[in-house]
Design a protein around this ligand. Structure first.
Ligand code: AHR
Length: 657
């Protein structure tokens, strides 16, 4: 009796989740009705969220190899070390000295510089890079620095591998007593992933040096100050519909003084003021005292990246509130004009004619054409009356001048309860454009929330699922994994997003990037080290959905039942019907897919992401362990007979007549 009652409770508990019961083994008929397309949706709904967390920018996407190139970290010599001489007695004193100075600097935004004084020829010092420097055999690197001399005529640069063997050498020379930038291109003779950059002076005397840079020549699209090629390739391959930047909490700052200010991230690199990264000391378990923002990857580069990968830009701006999990500092409403002016000027920077000051800067930086900005986020993960008060001031000013720009607002950090409910009721009353929801929840939550948007008000604000990821252990746990269970749960949930694409206009997994040697937050879509990168199973789910979008929803049944989740769209651009099926069951499932109204014949293209092992992961050694397999399948009498693999995500693409 007791056992039976327990079993019943278990069954009842599983039913609402749509998790597989006994009938998961039974053959299933999936019906897709292309003759009755539903709501129009955006084919750009699946995008990416970028934040400089986990050394995602400096030490990641922004491939500068010198850490603290401008000596502006709070420890100005962080990342830099002197080379000790060796005497017969062992370790000796260095043959000179390093001194951080501020008199007559390069510019007011870059107040510190290094004075290196050689007492004896051969005095040398080195930079450790971002957990080492990665160089590839045969690749070229631009070594550059601003230099002013007090004697020495040249500066040597040597890249030493982890065994102190030189793999690249170069020299800057011809210095004067004025600041000037010098550059030379060096080639690596071998690959090294934990190299060091060693600088030295051949003659006694001092030089002043700033903005010391070792930068790959081979960047994405070969752009100077361009981005790391393998990482952008992974992003490009996703076909993201939009790029949200620069975060996340980084927008807010722990205090207002350290908030993200886009104007300080554009223009001359040497004038972009370094700022502490808010993830520097956020987690005791993962301290990163050497985490700063050089802003080499700034707002111009973000817009350029969005354009390069075919994504709509979505900048998120500070609305006068620092992180509410930290200081929760708030700018007085009377002082919001600076924040609002930043937003107005950003619209000019992105879209304005080159006759406006900010449009002129965009053109001077290399992009006279507009970047086609259509939306801006007002605050990141904000909530409460103080936020609403500030939003109203922002919205009034922005809508008055730019009614064409949609504003993204926040529903707070959690997907249910307070403050989520009260924020939503306010956003409905205020007729907000798009509301950003975040969910860092368990895989089970994702599986049981596939119908979350089925009953959302169709006439209210639209939804941006702006940050989500299934947490295998729990939100902010350093033990979270990117495994197949998290990924397939997200896939099931995403069928619900797509089915409700008329309400959920955008969705992005978060965070995007993590340096395996310097991360603060897990899980993340893409992991990398100094030379390699790979997409997690979660990445491949994102890629599968973003690469298979349509512009109208088509009814599909069943859509959230017995461990089977489906969504279907038609793509008017390619005249295809696209069906996504998630089989969350340990067994294969025989299915008949009835394609009504598609006039389908011949064969369908099939892409499958599957493994029966829910703990399966990708890694540097096995980057494609869980990755899509392409094939085709016959269509007979408008039907497909398919065996859905255990724990699988399958996309069928069918040409419509
Ligand atoms: O994605 C990591 C963080 O999670 C984001 O910065 C923040 O918006 C959320 O709390």
């Amino acid at each position: 009796m007791r056992l039976k009652a327990t079993a019943l409770v278990l069954i009842l508990a599983l039913l609402p989740l749509g998790l597989p019961g006994q009938s998961a083994n039974a053959p299933v008929t999936i019906k897709v009705d292309a003759a009755h397309p539903g709501a129009a949706i955006s084919p750009q709904m699946f995008g990416i969220f970028f934040e400089d967390i986990n050394f995602g920018a400096d030490g990641g996407l922004y491939p500068e190899l010198v850490k603290n190139r401008s000596f502006e970290f709070s420890e100005p010599l962080a990342g830099w070390h002197e080379v000790m001489g060796f005497s017969k007695k062992g370790l000796d004193v260095p043959k000179g000295e390093l001194d951080i100075r501020t008199d007559d600097p390069l510019n007011e935004h870059n107040p510190h510089y290094l004075r290196a004084r050689a007492v004896e020829p051969g005095y040398s010092w080195w930079n450790a890079g971002f957990r080492g420097i990665g160089v590839k055999e045969g690749a070229e690197y631009r070594f550059s620095a601003y230099v002013r001399t007090h004697g020495p005529k040249s500066l040597n640069a040597v890249v030493n591998d982890e065994n102190h063997k030189p793999v690249a050498t170069g020299k800057l020379e011809g210095f004067s007593d004025h600041w000037k930038r010098y550059e030379t291109v060096i080639r690596a003779s071998a690959t090294a992933d934990k190299a060091q950059l060693v600088l030295s002076l051949d003659e006694p005397g001092a030089i002043d040096i700033d903005m010391v840079s070792l930068y790959p020549v081979d960047t994405w699209k070969q752009r100077p100050n361009g981005l790391r090629k393998d990482l952008v390739q992974l992003l490009y391959d996703m076909h993201p519909g939009f790029l949200r930047f620069p975060g996340g909490c980084i927008v807010e700052g722990r205090r207002l003084a350290t908030r993200y200010r886009w104007k300080r991230t554009v223009g001359d690199l040497a004038e972009r003021q370094t700022l502490v990264n808010r993830w520097n000391d956020e987690f005791d378990t993962r301290p990163a005292p050497d985490y700063f923002q050089s802003f080499g990857l700034g707002f111009y580069e973000y817009f350029q990246l969005a354009e390069d990968i075919g994504a709509r830009p979505l900048p998120i701006l500070n609305c006068g509130m620092a992180c509410q999990f930290n200081s929760s500092e708030t700018a007085a409403v009377e002082d919001l004009h600076e924040y609002i002016q930043d937003a107005l000027d950003l619209i000019d920077f992105a879209n304005g004619p080159v006759t406006t000051p900010w449009g002129k800067l965009r053109a001077a930086m290399g992009h006279p054409a507009p970047f086609h900005l259509t939306m801006i986020g007002v605050g990141n993960e904000q909530w409460g009356p103080r936020y609403l008060e500030r939003y109203k001031v922002f919205a009034a000013a922005l809508k008055a001048k730019h009614p064409e720009i949609k504003l993204v607002v926040s529903a707070g950090p959690f997907p249910t309860g307070e403050p989520f409910d009260s924020m939503w009721s306010n956003w409905r009353q205020l007729h907000a454009d798009i509301v950003d929801e975040h969910y860092y929840m368990s895989p089970e939550w994702f599986l049981s929330n596939t119908a979350r948007y089925d009953h959302y008000d169709r006439s209210g604000p639209k939804v941006f699922a702006g940050e989500y990821a299934a947490q295998s252990v729990g939100s902010t746990s350093p033990n979270n994994r990117n495994n197949w269970k998290t990924a397939i749960s997200e896939a099931a949930f995403m069928t619900g997003l797509e089915r409700n694409g008329d309400v959920v206009q955008m969705a992005s997994y978060a965070p995007l990037l993590a340096n395996i040697n310097a991360w603060q937050w897990t899980p993340d879509a893409i992991w990398f080290d100094n030379l390699h990168s790979y997409g997690t199973p979660d990445y491949y789910v994102q890629k599968l959905f973003a690469s298979n979008t349509g512009n109208r929803v088509v009814p599909s049944t069943p859509h959230s039942e017995d461990g089977l989740y489906t969504s279907a769209v038609v793509d008017d651009r390619s005249h295809e019907l696209i069906l996504k099926v998630v089989n969350y069951a340990p067994t294969a499932r025989t299915s008949t897919i009835e394609l009504a109204g598609a006039g389908a014949s011949g064969s369908a293209r099939v892409t499958t992401l599957a493994t029966s092992d829910l703990t399966a992961e990708n890694s540097f050694a096995h980057p494609q362990n869980v990755s899509p397999q392409a094939g085709s399948i016959d269509i007979k009498d408008g039907k497909i007979s398919a065996d859905l693999s255990p724990y699988s995500v399958t996309v069928f693409r069918v040409s419509m007549r």
